[in-house]
Write a protein that binds this ligand. Structure first.
Ligand code: FES
Ligand code: FES
Length: 192
């Protein structure tokens, strides 16, 4: 049995002290911690369903060992917004009819967030390129492209992109509420 390694991960603004196996995969660790919005699709880096932001960059969490993320700030779809208080992007996906079964949606939202963070007014070609690692078996992608455009328009109309939308201000509030659970160390993510 490999030695458990002690690490910390900050997930959606909450810091966790964890003991993990060296071969634990970040996707499984996140799901073990209750982040079931991070979907397990292919586990080989091809579908994008497991995408999260790792220090602001989109990654497929099935392709990262948990220990590689030691000290990282991770944001999942649920960290952007909730049913009661959705992020602009999440709302745009719903309004554009870009959600059918919804399995791909968390990863699509994460990739859209990463795209619009670096390029607030992308062309269709740029949207397609940014989402090329996210597969959807339901929508045919037309509504998803429309949802990204709608997200960009709404964020621009708010004129607060970069300084954060009103909903992101809510997330910032959550983020300030960090808790280091070092006295309650959790062991997760064995061989998976
Ligand atoms: S589950 Fe990670 S890319 Fe498919
Ligand atoms: S909405 Fe079903 S996989 Fe995309």
């Amino acid at each position: 049995m490999p030695k458990v390694m002690n690490i910390t991960l900050t997930i959606n603004g909450r810091t966790h002290a964890l003991g993990v196996q060296p071969n634990a995969v970040l996707l499984h660790t996140l799901r073990d911690l209750g982040c079931t919005d991070v979907k397990n699709g292919c586990e080989i880096g091809e579908c994008g369903a497991c995408a999260v932001l790792l220090n602001g960059k989109p990654i497929n969490s099935c392709m990262v060992l948990t220990v590689q993320a030691d000290g990282a700030d991770i944001v999942t779809n649920a960290g952007l917004g909730t049913m009661d208080k959705p992020h602009v992007i999440q709302e745009a996906f719903a309004d554009a009819g870009a959600i059918q079964c919804g399995f791909c949606t968390p990863g699509m939202v994460i990739s859209t967030k990463a795209l619009l963070d670096r390029n607030p007014d992308p062309t269709e070609a740029e949207i397609r390129e940014a989402l090329s690692g996210n597969l959807c078996r339901c929508t045919g992608y037309g509504q998803i492209i429309a949802a990204v455009r709608l997200s960009a328009e709404r964020l621009q109309n708010l004129s607060v992109y970069g300084a954060s939308s009103l909903r992101e201000e809510g997330r910032e509030h959550d983020s300030s509420n960090r808790v280091l659970e070092s006295g309650d160390q959790t062991e997760v993510g064995g061989a998976s």
